[in-house]
Design a protein around this ligand. Sequence first.
Ligand SMILES: [Fe+2]
Ligand SMILES: [Fe+2]
Length: 438
Amino acid sequence: MEERIELSFKGFLTAVQTVKLYGKDHPILNKALKEAFKSITEALNDRPVFTIGIIGEEIAFEKEILFSLSNLSKDAVNYIKERGIEKITFNRGLELFELERFISLLSIPKDDIKESPQEKLYLMGVHNISVGKIGVSESKGEDSDKGHFDNLSLSLLSVLNQESIDGLSLRAAVEHIINNLAEQYQQLAKLNTLKRYDLGTFAHLISTSILSMYFSSKIGFPKDVILDIGLSALFHDIGKLYISRKIIRNPGKLSTLEFSLMESHTVLGSTLILQYVDTLGVMPAVVSFEHHLKYDLSGYPKLKFPRKPHIVSQIVSICDVYDALSERRSYKSDYPPNAIYNLMMRGKETTYNPFLLDKFFQLIGVWPIGSIVALGDKRVAVVVEENQDDIFSPIVKIIYPQKEEVLVDLKGNKDNLKIERFLNPWTEGKDFLIYLQS
Ligand SMILES: [Fe+2]
Ligand SMILES: [Fe+2]
């Protein structure tokens, strides 16, 4: 992270804070403005332009979220956001009077501004500062999820087209998911039972990303690391998509080189994603390269100088396989969740880090939330919560023969009630799907 940028924005936020407290005519503002101006112009020496975004409650610059600055400047950040501004761009050539006018614009009570802040700046003769919103759908609830998922898809598409990506919108989308992780995961688990998310081609990438973030937040990683993990999971198979699209577009025209690349979408993916290191950081390239290495390095690509895959790659590889197998579960009548568990457990210590794998199933459970199951006493139930200390015995809600409002904890219950089998939502379980809606 460029310290100059952080410093310049700190100066700017101090000026905002000052105008907020003292108004635009107080002499103290002059000093704050001059200092802010000095640090912004210094930052503009290194680059012709820079943009700072506000994502949720945090300030972002390129690939970084400035957590400490965000914490220090909560008031000022909110004050700016209340005025409908989510990103601010400064251009080289900025003059002091422009900064003064911008700050005085911010001092106007928010309801008194009739034009959009950008229009107003223009009318005030300010040309080296532009402001606006980050491109995220503003709709609420499920639609707002959709807007964010669209942004994830757009970023994936941009990388496939090798166009520049809107890093701020991407971060805003990932941040939105992080802030609603439990809910997002439940939705995902539930919809895995019903049908795959309406996420199109990128379904596997987006749900692996949500799952990886959910898992890593549960293990206790801090937010900035979770964000990196989410981005890395999102792009892990980008090489695969790139190649399959090429094959579809140019059938029969694959060169030998391209064909050998196809075998290792890992290498191609990391090469592709490395071009976005400014926006995404280096972790997505690392994970794209390493996610098929396997814990004992028996996977691919083969390394000249073998070393254990990065912990983030180890996390993503578990979530990757789990998601791919769950996807299959939606169609295959003979693919119950406990089969996924058994299959993955066979790779403990060879394919997967044993500690992470145990932890993963402890959190996700063998029977994920939303699974429709038949109990030993022939009643039908839906899984509503996992039991971390007994992954085979979740808490369920009975839905047949009678929908019962009480929850049944299968862990150590006195009737020794157990899950007998999984009811596939495409066949036997179909009649019970209506109970999942609420
Ligand atoms: Fe892959
Ligand atoms: Fe994958």
